[in-house]
Design a protein around this ligand. Structure first.
Ligand code: SF4
Length: 183
């Protein structure tokens, strides 16, 4: 028989209604269920996002019904459509203007890889200019696929350490893209 003696829990810290967690988890839960999208839509994939916002697919279920067209009040950048190289600096500026923590979803083949437009004028994936957290395949992706992308991002957000943005790895990632405004 084990001679380990368990101490009695102090009053109020056990039983129904009590649970222990970490600050990271609580903040991750709040952030992941209140992502504010910034739709950067340049072509057809943007229409699928409009459907995703509509009542049938109802992005509001995920706490993300409030699109922002100001980078200052958004933390989930959704890039949807063909991004011409001329648009690259504009997209990068929008990303830089978003406050940390910020996340990016590349919606559809064009944003992810240039799609069918393997040509001199089109960016072959937005990850050539900004970091991407989730890629949604499809040309165009259906609203269900966009919702799946948002849910995958929620998982990332939920499990992100509060210290991640201060790490040398994260700073090196931004540095790789020539972005210096972190912090
Ligand atoms: S991935 Fe297809 S549907 Fe989406 S913007 Fe490109 S061409 Fe249009």
């Amino acid at each position: 028989m084990s001679d380990i003696k368990l101490a009695n829990a102090p009053a109020g810290v056990e039983g129904s209604g009590f649970f222990a967690t970490s600050l990271d988890k609580v903040i991750g839960l709040a952030r992941s269920n209140s992502l504010w999208p910034l739709p950067f839509a340049t072509s057809c994939c943007g229409i699928e996002f409009m459907a995703t916002m509509g009542s049938t697919y109802d992005l509001a279920r995920f706490g993300a019904e409030r699109p922002s067209f100001s980078p200052r009040q958004a933390d989930m950048l959704l890039v949807m459509g063909t991004i011409a190289k001329k648009m690259g600096p504009v997209l990068k500026q929008v990303y830089i203007q978003m406050a940390e923590p910020r996340w990016v979803i590349a919606v559809g083949a064009c944003a992810s890889s240039g799609g069918i437009f393997d040509t001199y004028s089109v960016l072959q994936g937005i990850d050539e200019i900004i970091p991407v957290d989730v890629y949604v395949p499809g040309c165009p992706p259906r609203p269900e696929a966009i919702l799946d992308g948002v849910m995958r991002l929620q998982e990332i957000v939920k499990n992100e350490s509060l210290r991640r943005r201060e790490t040398t790895e994260y700073k090196a990632l931004l540095e790789k893209y020539g972005i210096h405004n972190n912090g």
